[in-house]
Write a protein that binds this ligand. Structure first.
Ligand SMILES: Nc1nc2c(c(=O)[nH]1)N[C@H]1C(S)=C(S)[C@@H](COP(=O)(O)O)O[C@H]1N2
Ligand SMILES: [Mo]
Length: 197
């Protein structure tokens, strides 16, 4: 029995080496939102980085669009067990957004229009690991998927990729965000199956 079980999971993983444990492939793009989709006009959209000592960096949509952006090809993994491989996005690297920011804080709270929050360590946002994305598959990001812009942190479960992102606040402690207060793991590494705390 144990031998058959090992053989089966071994084969499944062999077929999809990019699929983290316990995940299944989807070709579609499920929408998962804790509340209604907020409609944010790019005429009033703003993105702010703050360190606790007031706003330190702020961009309106035109200023944000003038920043260098890059194409991102990546896999995404939702804690509800769907994964989507080889998705393509366009976004601004968090390295660009944090370039002028001085802080001793090691954590962040990500804030969205509509009130959603999620916590991510600062070192998981920098070093080419995270973006504020505004295109998916060559098209402007649809409102239900977080448009006009969402965070993209693909190496963590997708609940960390806050839709309708409006700002990032650095924090001294790793305080839990919305789902983290409701039982999701504080960090959320899909390869270690850090689903719930
Ligand atoms: N603002 C906001 N961001 C969010 C969520 C949300 O409810 N509100 N849900 C999260 C969860 S649980 C997942 S799996 C993904 C889903 O993104 P999608 O709807 O584009 O598939 O968004 C994440 N970002
Ligand atoms: Mo999710």
């Amino acid at each position: 029995m144990g031998i058959f079980t090992r053989g089966f999971t071994g084969r499944a993983r062999e077929q999809n080496p990019n699929l983290p444990p316990g995940q299944f492939l989807t070709e579609g793009f499920p929408v998962l939102s804790a509340g209604p989709t907020p409609r944010i006009d790019t005429a009033t959209w703003e993105f702010t980085i703050s360190t606790g000592a007031g706003a330190v960096q702020r961009w309106n949509w035109d200023e944000f669009m003038a920043l260098p952006s890059e194409e991102i090809a990546t896999d995404i993994h939702c804690v509800t067990r769907w994964s989507k491989l080889g998705t393509t996005w366009r976004g601004v690297s968090l390295d660009t957004l944090f370039a002028g920011v001085e802080t001793t804080n090691e954590y962040t709270m990500v804030h969205s229009y509509g009130g959603y929050t999620t916590n991510v360590p600062l070192e998981d946002l920098t070093g080419g690991k995270a973006w504020v994305a505004f295109e998916f598959d060559g098209e402007p990001l649809a409102p239900e998927h977080g448009g006009p812009a969402r965070l993209l942190v693909p190496h963590l479960y997708f609940w960390k990729s806050a839709k309708w992102v409006r700002g990032i606040e650095t924090t001294s402690d790793d305080d839990p965000g919305f789902w983290e207060q409701n039982g999701y793991h504080l960090y959320g590494d899909p390869w270690r199956e850090q689903r719930y705390s």
